[in-house]
Ligand binder design. Structure first.
Ligand code: SF4
Length: 198
């Protein structure tokens, strides 16, 4: 009986059926309508975008529900994040870290602006994105000018940059990794790693 149930019901349907049964029986009266109404209110009028869970290299797909995302005079607020049933990776499921993703997004401790700590300094200072990108570009260029190797010690052409390394994150898509590949080959960077391999 249990076996046939698990074959007929999807995981989501099973939890929906369990929640409905609990609402109906635990308090002695039928809460089904109230529970359905509460669920409807939570994501009513939200806009949805799909994204990827940032926590690990599995790369589960998520749907982010945002309230106020389509209005110009309202600060958009993420109200719900759930597994994306259209994702071939997780098919709507999320692990315990992924299911808590909203706390990661809606969090007053989350960094949203770049911070810079000058050499020898102990304090971080907030800088603009333009400033951060300019600083990174400057350092990459200086490092390349300083460390680019045209030949190895036997005179063979190598055109390699050994003093800069590149690492990709777990949410990088194939397209981002393709661009990162172009970027690193263009600079001659040999040391490249990506969390998707770990
Ligand atoms: S939901 Fe869990 S398994 Fe999936 S990417 Fe996030 S942390 Fe990894």
């Amino acid at each position: 009986m249990v076996r046939s149930l698990s074959m007929d019901l999807s995981r989501r349907q099973f939890f929906q059926a369990s929640a409905t049964a609990l609402a109906t029986t635990a308090f002695g009266f039928d809460l089904t309508h109230a529970a359905a109404r509460a669920k409807e209110l939570k994501i009513a009028r939200t806009t949805q975008i799909t994204s990827v869970c940032p926590y690990c290299a599995v790369g589960c797909g998520v749907v982010i529900h945002t309230l106020g995302g389509a209005a110009k005079n309202v600060q958009p607020t993420v109200v719900h994040i759930e597994g994306d049933t259209a994702s071939p990776v997780n098919q709507g499921t999320l692990c315990s870290k992924g299911i808590s993703l909203k706390q990661y997004v809606v969090n007053d401790r989350r960094l949203t602006e770049p911070l810079y700590r000058a050499p020898g300094a102990t304090d971080w200072q907030q800088i603009s994105w333009d400033d951060a990108i300019e600083r990174m570009a400057r350092r990459i260029k200086d490092s390349r000018d300083e460390g680019f190797l045209h030949e190895d010690d036997r005179g063979r052409t190598i055109n390699r940059l050994d003093n800069v390394a590149l690492i990709g994150g777990c949410t990088d898509t194939n397209e981002i990794n393709y661009l990162l590949g172009k970027f690193r080959f263009g600079l001659g960077i040999a040391a490249y790693e990506n969390q998707a391999r770990l």
